[in-house]
Each structure stands twice: as structure tokens, then as C-alpha cells.
Design a protein around this ligand. Structure first.
Ligand code: AMP
Length: 477
């Protein structure tokens, strides 16, 4: 969804499965979504169709909360069908409503369309307005509904669902990884930049399409390949067919997937998330060495880079925090005060591990600076002599329009302050950020989108905020 339209930022996970031999798939979608839970904790849903049953009948269950909160065994038992689509959604503010949960299920003249979307469009507002002027009625505030509506509209005149998708996607600008089911088909679609991940797997007679490969292996499937940027894969009992969108811009894979967002056991566009993070730590050790007794990471997303730092520097790796896994992510708390409180609840210092030690503390990113400031205060209170902070991404300077939750520039600590000022503000003894060149190295030469660090967006973005930021000559440009 376009943040400028709704104030909602989304990071989602999508999963689809088609068992050609007719077995029920709802339980597999459940496990697939559980493996993608890190991509969205706000709401989730599953829609299933029986490809041998009544045309266009869909069983659907959606709700607000985690997968294991929304689905109980009796909910899964009610979902019958061999073609399923699932979604997990994350948004930080605004429209947390049941209407905005996915998959979207649309009944129209050609049957039923189920759609799950990860990413943000940058032209959703224009498209929505245009469609509304021709009589469209929208029941949600998410841009995914614009996509579903466009596909349904194109399908009326297109001979096949794939042609309708090609036409509809030709109108979209932005990031989209989609899983779509029509009454007899499963489709996976990835925007021409390849901004968000999407891959294909197989388990016996079932085909799987998922945001990340960890979801394929979690349901006992085998990873086959990534969906290519601009590709539409269509799965029917005859097998898998591939179609391509006309637009072929330069690829721009989101580098933040490797830094923070994706799961360690996933491989995206042939690069292991684990290896990318470990390499990030090694690069930091090379570029910003430190004299210290122990290297530690901020759980969970800083741990692998910390391990890489320790390997490259020869300084021992250790755990200095206990993480309480039963509280939500700090980021989803709306006010500063609530965020600070939840940081304390979530991570607690293991005092004997830090007392009298000089530490290197590694995290994947500093956004507002809240987490790091609190952690350093707690470490020093517990007796750490020095805390040298190393961050495995460059300073966050610009908003993301493509589906990663980065707050407005005014909330980004790096936008307001130089690195020296940030070091002082968070109370670190030294501070080193990954360079943009380092990012390219961790992505192994893959063409990446790093606009949240550089302001260089792969396509035109709508907001004046970014132009203002660039024109005012922010401190890091
Ligand atoms: P902050 O306290 O605002 O500086 O946020 C930094 C922390 O938030 C780091 O520990 C990151 O792992 C985490 N983080 C960074 N980006 C995101 C994101 N898009 N969604 C959720 N958490 C994030």
C-alpha cells in the first residue's frame, strides 16, 4: 500500500500451493504462513478452492493476529480444497482492520479471484481514483484491491487469466510479489524490478509459490527457483508455464531483505541470507576494526553479522542479552514512550557476560535510535567498560516506497544527525556503519535497490518529502 495514501506501511508474506492430485492444502498453507510470520504479525488469512468442486467456491478464514492466534484446528478443518493462497501482513500504524486482511477474495463474472500481495505500489492512488470514476466500489483501503480489481476488469475481455494479469500489471508502478488463484490455476507474479522476493517449490504433486524459500522447506517441499523479475508463472494440471511483462527495467532487488527482513535459512535470488549477513559482519570488521574483548549481536537480526565480525576479527563471539520471545517487535509500538518500555521488556542484559568487558555490539540497523541508546545504557549499567557499535547497513536517510517499513525522514535519527552526533546521542564509544559499497559486496553483485540509504529510487516516487530532503542537502549526501 502507498503510505502517502493511507499512512500504513506494509511488509507482508505470501504463500500459495496447488496440489494437482486433489489433496486438501489448508494445513500446508498454515505451516507456510507460520514460516513467514516474521514478515507480518498483524493479520493473516487463508483462502482455498477445490479445483474439482463447484466453480468459483472459495473457503476463506482471516483475522487479526498471529497465524496460531487466528487459526485453530477447527478453522483449518473447515477449509476444503487443493488450491490455497495465504497471507501474513504487517503494518505499523493506521488501518488495522479486518477488511484490510488478505487474501482478498473477489467474485466476478469469470468466477473467483483470490489474491495475496507483498509490496507497495507508487501509483495506487491514481489507479484507484480512475477506477472509482468508472464505477468501482472498494471495500478496503489497501492497494492490493486495486490490483485485484484491475485483473478482474482485464479478464472480462482477455481470453486467459494470464493475459489479463499481463495487461493489469502493465498499469502498476511499484513493488509487487503476488500469489493469485483463479478457479483452476495458481499464479505467481513478480514486479519487473524484482523488488520483493518470490520463489517456486515443489512437494510431490503439489506446486508452491512463496515469498521465501524457508516457507517451502518448512512444508517439506523442495526449492525449484526464484520467480524472475517481470515474470508470471502459471500452474495448472498440465504443469508450469511462464509469461513475461513487457516492461524490462534494470533490476533492483531490495537489499534490506538480506540485512534485516528475510529469514536466515532463506535463499533469495540465489544469495543466502545467512551468508550475506555473515559477510556484512566481516566487512564491518575490515572497515571499522575495534579493540575489544567480546563481540555480541542484538538478537535476533544482529547476531549473524556479529558472528561474521567475530570470525574476521578473531575477537570471541558471545551472547550478552536474553531475548524474551513472547513480546512483539518494538517497532510496532506507536509512541516513543511505549517503544522505550518495550525495548526493556524484550531484551535483558546477561550481567556476568559483560561486566568488566570492552564490547563490540552489532545490529542490522539504527532507525530512530531508540533500541541502541537503551541497550548501551543497560550494558554500561551492567558493568561494560566500552561499547563499540557496528551497524550492518548504512545510515537510514530516506523513506521506502516499496514495502519496507521506514518511518518518515523526520523520525530517522541519521537524517537529523551526523555519525559523530549519533554516536554521542546513543552513548557509544565508537560507531561504524556499513558503506554503500559494502552493501553491494554483500549482495554479491546482484543489482539492488538501496534507496533508503542513498535516495536513488529505481523509479519515480510520488512524495515531496524525498525531494525536499535531497534539495535541503542532508548531512550524509
Ligand atoms: P530504532 O530503535 O528505531 O533505531 O530501530 C532499530 C531496530 O529496529 C533494530 O534493532 C532493527 O533490527 C529493527 N528494525 C529495523 N528496521 C525495521 C523494520 N522495517 N521493521 C521492524 N523492525 C525494524
Amino acid at each position: 500500500m502507498n503510505p502517502s495514501v493511507t499512512g500504513v506501511h506494509e511488509e507482508c508474506g505470501v504463500f500459495g500451493i496447488y496440489d494437482i492430485h486433489g489433496g486438501d492444502v489448508a494445513h500446508s498453507v498454515y505451516y507456510g504462513l507460520s514460516a513467514l510470520q516474521h514478515r507480518g504479525q498483524e493479520s493473516c488469512g487463508i483462502a482455498v478452492t477445490d479445483t474439482n468442486g463447484p466453480f468459483g467456491k472459495v473457503d476463506c478464514h482471516r483475522g487479526l493476529g498471529l497465524v496460531n492466534e487466528v487459526f485453530h484446528s477447527h478453522d483449518i478443518e473447515k477449509l476444503h480444497g487443493n488450491l490455497g493462497v495465504g497471507h501474513v501482513r504487517y503494518s505499523t500504524t493506521g488501518a488495522t482492520t479486518i477488511e484490510n486482511t488478505q487474501p482478498l477474495v473477489l467474485n466476478y463474472i469469470k468466477g473467483t479471484l483470490c489474491l495475496a500481495h507483498n509490496g507497495n505500489l507508487v501509483n495506487a492512488a491514481e489507479l484507484r481514483q480512475e477506477l472509482e470514476q468508472t464505477g468501482a466500489l472498494f471495500t478496503t483501503t489497501i492497494d492490493s484491491e486495486v490490483i485485484a480489481y484491475l485483473i478482474a476488469k482485464e479478464r472480462i475481455n482477455a481470453p486467459t487469466a494470464e493475459e489479463a494479469v499481463v495487461k493489469a500489471c502493465g498499469r502498476l508502478r511499484g513493488a509487487y510479489a503476488l500469489v493469485v488463484s483463479s478457479p483452476r490455476k495458481l499464479m505467481g507474479i513478480r514486479d519487473p524490478y524484482g523488488l520483493r522476493p518470490l520463489c517456486i517449490g515443489r512437494r510431490d504433486d503439489a506446486w508452491i509459490i512463496a515469498s521465501e524459500s524457508c516457507a517451502i522447506s518448512s512444508v517439506g517441499g523442495t526449492f525449484i527457483r526464484d520467480v524472475e523479475p517481470g515474470e508470471i508463472v502459471s500452474i495448472t494440471p498440465e504443469g508450469i508455464q511462464s509469461y513475461h511483462l513487457e516492461a524490462k527495467p534494470a533490476r533492483a532487488h531490495c537489499v534490506f531483505e538480506y540485512i534485516y527482513f528475510a529469514r536466515l535459512d532463506s535463499k533469495i535470488d540465489q544469495i543466502s541470507v545467512y551468508e550475506a549477513r555473515r559477510l556484512g559482519g566481516k566487512i564491518l570488521a575490515r572497515e571499522f576494526p575495534a579493540e575489544a574483548d567480546l563481540v555480541a549481536g542484538v538478537p535476533d537480526s544482529g547476531l549473524t553479522a556479529a558472528y561474521g565480525f567475530a570470525e574476521a576479527s578473531g575477537i570471541p563471539f558471545g551472547m550478552v542479552f536474553h531475548k524474551n520471545s513472547y513480546v512483539g517487535r518494538t517497532f510496532i509500538k506507536p509512541t516513543q514512550e511505549e517503544r522505550e518500555d518495550s525495548v526493556k521488556i524484550k531484551l535483558n542484559v546477561i550481567e556476568p557476560a559483560v561486566r568488566g568487558k570492552r564490547l563490540v555490539l552489532v545490529d542490522d540497523s539504527i532507525v530512530r535510535g531508540t533500541t541502541m541508546k537503551n541497550l548501551i545504557r543497560d550494558l554500561k549499567k551492567a558493568g561494560a567498560l566500552e561499547v563499540h557499535v557496528r551497524i550492518s547497513s548504512p545510515p537510514f536517510l530516506y523513506p521506502c516506497y516499496f514495502g519496507t517499513d521506514v518511518p518518515g525522514t523526520n523520525s530517522l535519527i541519521a537524517h537529523q544527525h551526523s555519525v559523530e552526533e549519533i554516536q554521542k546521542e546513543i552513548g557509544a564509544d565508537s560507531l561504524g556503519y556499513m558503506t554503500v559499497d559494502g552493501l553491494r559486496e554483500i549482495a554479491g553483485g546482484l543489482p539492488i535497490c538501496n534507496a533508503c540509504f542513498t535516495g536513488k529510487y529505481p523509479m519515480e516516487v510520488p512524495d515531496h518529502e524525498i525531494r525536499d530532503a535531497l534539495e535541503s542537502g542532508c548531512r550524509h549526501c
